[in-house]
Design a protein around this ligand. Structure first.
Ligand code: FAD
Length: 396
């Protein structure tokens, strides 16, 4: 909930039952019970007990309904690729709508600091980048449907029809898939039970204040884990990076390895993995295996952040949109086998570079097979996809 509110730029105050007297008072005043938390009280006084993010979005008026019966371009996913496409699509005169299920910014929106994005020499917070891009897309007239999950995509003649999980339908000439990837779960006994109560997936920025002077553990050896380690080092007492590989050199950018080496309270533990978690209501202990020494140990901590790679958000797509063995969407030249197209490709021309196996449906960013998993490349592909949509529309 904290992550959702922060990423949607909704100001809030957070009270913990164990720590703040105000929390108990609010719970009693709203007839809530401590078994069903969080209790969300809106500025108009509406109280929602253990609500879904969708219910909160509705109560706050930040979800919306489509304003047009038909669009030129529907962009699915509000990460850097989707935002790039929304800015270019709308600025070049396409009636563009972007549909996002959680919060604008995607993975980049969860990054504490993006250091290598062009034009920001001292880095930029992922949330700030997302907010700037949203403002820019809206200024050009792009429509944003927030907290709306896309459930299916169909072809009806020349129209591409997108159905939302709430039953609403949108139609357009072209669709761009920019649904990115979602974090893989850490599979170790006990870990699942503490998701949201001590175990977090990529929600680093919103939890930093709660971890002040605490011992924090991070699993992962890639840039996202490294960024989180640097970020927590400024508030936590200690940060321990649990890395399966022998070192960070093969998986993390040099600048981050350097920053970590300069931080006295960050410890890197190569050849280790988390093999279990335990506690009462909240995470209290982790079991860690040293793979090189063949030993196990238990450490006390209430905070585990997991950054162990991600899988593409493509489960909802039908078979007609071809994917590789890991679920990433195939586009353009990757659709050819031995230089030839599948028999069911219906057109004379070959698919455009970012076009999927369904004409008029394009893919960009992390969700696309063979893509470079970076903010700049996602934004670039979003922009390039719009150019290809123009080419597609000319021949309609
Ligand atoms: C913590 C972290 C730090 C990073 N730091 C850097 C960095 O410093 N530099 C760098 O270049 N890269 C960095 N990256 C990688 C970079 O953020 C990604 O490559 C980039 O965000 C990919 O953009 P995208 O738009 O393709 O996908 P995503 O960012 O994954 O966005 C996809 C969006 O689609 C939405 N979505 C998914 N399914 C649906 C659906 N069915 N309906 C509606 N919406 C849906 C998701 O909610 C999400 O918002 C970082 C990643 C992480 C996690």
């Amino acid at each position: 909930m904290k992550d959702f509110l922060t990423r949607n730029q909704v100001p809030f105050t957070w009270f913990e039952l164990e720590r703040d007297a105000e929390a108990g008072r609010l719970l009693a005043a709203n007839g809530g019970d401590a078994e069903h938390l969080p209790l969300v009280v809106t500025s108009t006084g509406q109280a929602l007990q253990a609500p879904s993010t969708m219910e909160v979005a509705d109560a706050l008026g930040i979800s919306s309904t489509p304003s047009l019966p038909f669009y030129d371009l529907i962009v699915i996913g509000g990460g850097p690729a989707g935002l790039g496409a929304a800015v270019y699509g709308a600025s070049e005169g396409l009636r563009t709508v972007l549909v996002e299920r959680e919060a604008i910014g995607g993975q980049a929106g969860q990054s504490s600091r993006i250091e290598n994005y062009l034009g920001f020499p001292s880095g930029i917070r992922g949330g700030d980048l997302a907010w700037r891009a949203t403002t820019q897309a809206r200024r050009f007239g792009a429509e944003m449907l927030l907290t709306s999950e896309v459930a299916s995509l169909d072809v009806c003649g020349s129209a591409r029809v997108v159905r939302l999980a709430n039953g609403a339908e949108l139609a357009a000439h072209a669709v761009l898939l920019t649904t990115g990837v979602a974090y893989r779960r850490l599979e170790a006994p006990g870990v699942d039970a503490f998701a949201g109560s001590g175990v977090y997936y990529g929600a680093a920025t919103t939890e930093a204040q709660s971890c002040r002077d605490e011992d924090v553990y991070i699993v992962g050896g890639a840039n996202s884990a490294g960024q989180a380690a640097v970020f927590f080092a400024s508030t936590a007492r200690s940060v321990t990076l649990i890395v399966r590989g022998q070192n960070l050199e093969r998986s993390m950018s040099h600048y981050l390895i350097q920053q970590i080496a300069d931080l006295p309270n960050v410890h890197v533990r190569p050849c280790t993995e988390v093999i279990g978690a335990s506690g009462d209501d909240h995470l209290e202990r982790l079991q860690i295996a040293d793979l090189a020494a063949g030993t196990k140990e238990e450490v006390e901590t209430s905070w585990l952040f997991v950054f162990i790679g991600a899988a593409p958000c493509t489960d909802w797509l039908g078979k007609e949109v071809q994917r590789d063995e890991n679920g990433f969407v195939l586009t353009g030249p990757d659709l050819l086998t031995e230089g030839r197209l599948r028999a069911d490709w219906p057109l004379e021309r070959q698919p455009y570079f970012l076009e999927t196996s369904v004409p008029g449906v394009f893919a960009a960013g992390d969700v696309r097979g063979q893509s470079v998993k970076r903010v700049a490349s996602a934004v670039g592909e979003g922009a390039m996809a719009v150019a290809l949509v123009h080419r597609y529309l000319e021949l309609l």
